[in-house]
Design a protein around this ligand. Sequence first.
Ligand code: TRP
Length: 449
Amino acid sequence: MMKRDIFTSGFGVLAATLGSAVGLGNIWKFPALTGLNGGAAFLVIYLLSTLMAGLPVMIAELMLGRRSRSDALTTFRVLHPQRESWGLIGAVGVLSAFLILAFYTEVAGWVFAYVFKSVTGSILSTDPTVTSAAFAKLIADPVQSIFWQFLVIIFVGCIIVAGVSKGIEKTTKRLMPMLFLILVMIGIRSLMLPGAAEGLTFLFRPDFSKVTGAVVLTAMGLAFFKLSVGMGTMITYGSYFTEDQDIPMTALRVMVADLTVSLLAGIAIFPAVFTYGFKPEAGPALLFITIPAVFSQMPFGTIFVVLFFVLGAIASTGAMLSIMEVPVAYLHQRFGLSRFKATAMTVVLLALVGSTAALSNSTLAGFKLFGMTMFDLYDFLTSNLLLPLGGFFLSLFAGWVWGEKKVRSALSNEGTLANRTVVSFFLFQVKYVAPVIIIVILLRGLKLI
Ligand code: TRP
């Protein structure tokens, strides 16, 4: 067997795992969805789904991956050879990786473009009609859309090729501290604005009138998306954890840190939105239309716009690394392809799938399935369907199929950690709480019950 390239230190594990969790989910999805769905009410439901469904699934994935030391698909074959069909979780996971990356690399492409365009000043204006025209122009231009997306894909591919410790770990170790620094700076600046109180009220005072079954499903989908669970990313990263890493504690830390980033992003965005009279319901455009306009109005605003998009570029990089690693690890381990070949194949395939998302606002704008463009379809299909389903089956596998004794020894590092209570609590969550919650929210959200 090949010697596996794994994460080398506790800090490296944390940086890579947190790097996976923190991403466009925090600064693009979280504020947009919170703004659209009633602010704090959405936040509460999102929090509950994170604790009751996202976190247990995350621990389960990391545990299974470390035990099997295998990619998202092979893991099930190694841990439970009696029944091949569990491998479907991994197979769907690899498919999901491409679907998520297809739209994710496009949004990341816009972020990278905005770093560049905010430095040159071409997207800066205090007038929201000007900033929305600038954004519309970017996304409606097929050449630019494809250019920035491919640039991002190749950039991430270059880091992946360098390997798990020398590529992923090394990069995220440098990027994560920078990310926190920038975010705190922007947050402080935003809190000094006159609209700060109004922004914070919106974020922290619940209004449950907007909450429907579909909204609850969206909140749960966000919980999975945020923690990068439900499709094997955490299985793959778990397979790179050292044997002495405390998995439940790592997962908890990542969850808390990730939530902090989302809240800081909300604290950075909403006060500014209210101060300058924008609407929090701008949705996905919030980041690209509102932010440049809002921040341009502040003294030294340009610096903050640049910083904001640099933050986005950093955050999205760590996340994309973890998603791309799923198919690369699979091709590498299962078919014995070199890392270079595995990455090259993934990059080419991704460019093909991804371009259908990139062209969703231009060439392919009229091509819709179920009333959605490819971009929206990939997002909806993964967050609201495939991730929750993956999470459901993962919790069943970890809680019921793999066996309680194995779970106990895996999570206590063969009894060397004094965490009996934590593990018992996890077992309860993964056996009963997570699967029930997931399936009820899923069926209800899709109006099947
Ligand atoms: N968690 C990342 C974010 O919020 C995105 C992400 C990375 C992801 N890996 C994933 C989402 C795996 C779903 C599955 O931006």
